[in-house]
Design a protein around this ligand. Structure first.
Ligand SMILES: Cc1cc2nc3c(=O)[nH]c(=O)nc-3n(C[C@H](O)[C@H](O)[C@H](O)COP(=O)(O)O)c2cc1C
Length: 317
């Protein structure tokens, strides 16, 4: 199956993934201008009314950029909607996405037919994130256009599956748009995701260490200084298993090697988990590749260089 037109001919097969609290219009705009799909969670706009201003800023800035650069237009942008029942802003935020005809909606934590139908109503594309093949089938049955396979080692809420297993199982029955998420932070890994059968690499943690990211300086520096040994997988902080920086757990006075179990009933994405994410810093395992804090454009340029070099090394042109 061909990719939807909006996802065809991107300069790089990369989606900058949504990061709770951290993604903001400046980061999204720089990602898109650099040639990767930029995204942010709708919930990052607080209060909710701010989403209107943010969507206006992104839409107008990218339209002006495309007018000035018709030969090298920006990549499209995406908004992430948490469709879990604890998100009491969903209706409000979806109405604003309809107003601005947001080209791509990324849905997380549940699959909803009404949300998918609404996005299709304004000509948008829905990508839904999943951690196993069962959820993948359910998402497509409910009308999502594409999937984001969140494998082991991803930042934030992550699965436990090897990317090889997950992509292979999904590709047995699904030939639509498929992104791979989890520990991708080099151009070589982007090419590997494609070789495995994915269309796109979905990259989160690497963008935390960018100048535009709305993260504390100490958080950015901890990403730079850490590697996969410093990532702890726990369900304590939101009720759902995710990957976090060991140093931030220690700084909060807890022993990362002896964390109690969390409770899924405490899961709350309408704002309740914001405090946890402010103090306990999420990150995937791929951050060994992150050596400095740079503008998002510079990070994308590095990924592009490495991706092209990997293609040449494998004689792929
Ligand atoms: C700090 C942080 C916050 C995140 N917040 C969200 C979010 O709000 N919504 C979402 O769908 N995914 C969220 N994610 C998951 C990412 O979108 C993506 O799946 C993941 O970062 C990819 O793995 P990587 O970090 O190893 O690149 C978050 C990840 C991190 C590290």
């Amino acid at each position: 199956m061909a990719l939807p037109p909006i996802l065809q001919n991107l300069p790089l097969p990369i989606i900058g993934s949504p990061l709770f609290i951290i993604s903001n219009p400046k980061l999204v705009i720089e990602q898109c201008k650099a040639g990767v799909v930029g995204s942010m969670p709708a919930l990052n706009a607080r209060p909710a009314e701010q989403l209107d201003e943010w969507l206006a800023e992104i839409t107008e800035t990218l339209a002006a950029y495309n007018k000035a650069n018709p030969d090298k237009p920006a990549a499209p942008f995406a908004i992430n909607q948490i469709v879990h029942k604890s998100n009491d802003r969903l209706e409000h935020d979806m109405a604003l996405c309809a107003k601005y005809k947001v080209p791509i909606i990324i849905t997380s934590l549940g699959a909803r037919e009404d949300v998918n139908a609404a996005v299709h109503g304004w000509g948008g594309v829905v990508l839904h994130d999943i951690i196993n093949n069962k959820f993948a089938k359910k998402a497509i049955e409910k009308g999502a256009d594409g999937l984001i396979a969140v494998a082991a080692g991803a930042g934030g809420h992550a699965g436990v599956k090897s990317p090889f297993a997950l992509i292979q199982e999904i590709r047995e029955w699904f030939d639509g748009p498929l992104a791979l998420s989890g520990s991708i932070a080099s151009g070589d890994a982007v090419l590997a995701a494609q070789a495995m059968g994915a269309d796109f690499a979905y990259i989160g943690s690497a963008f935390i260490a960018t100048e535009e990211a709305r993260a504390a300086e100490a958080y950015k520096q901890m990403i730079v200084a850490s590697d996969s040994d410093d990532i702890v997988y726990s369900n304590l902080f939101t009720g759902v298993h995710g990957n976090y920086l060991r140093g931030s757990i220690e700084a909060a006075g807890m022993d990362p090697d002896n964390l109690p179990e969390g409770d899924v009933k405490t899961m709350n994405f309408g704002g309740g988990s914001a405090k946890a994410w402010k103090d306990i810093w999420g990150s995937g395992q791929g951050i060994g590749a992150i050596r400095e804090v740079v503008p998002a454009r510079v990070l994308v340029e590095r990924l592009a260089r490495e991706y092209q070099a990997a293609r040449r090394r494998l004689a792929l042109g």
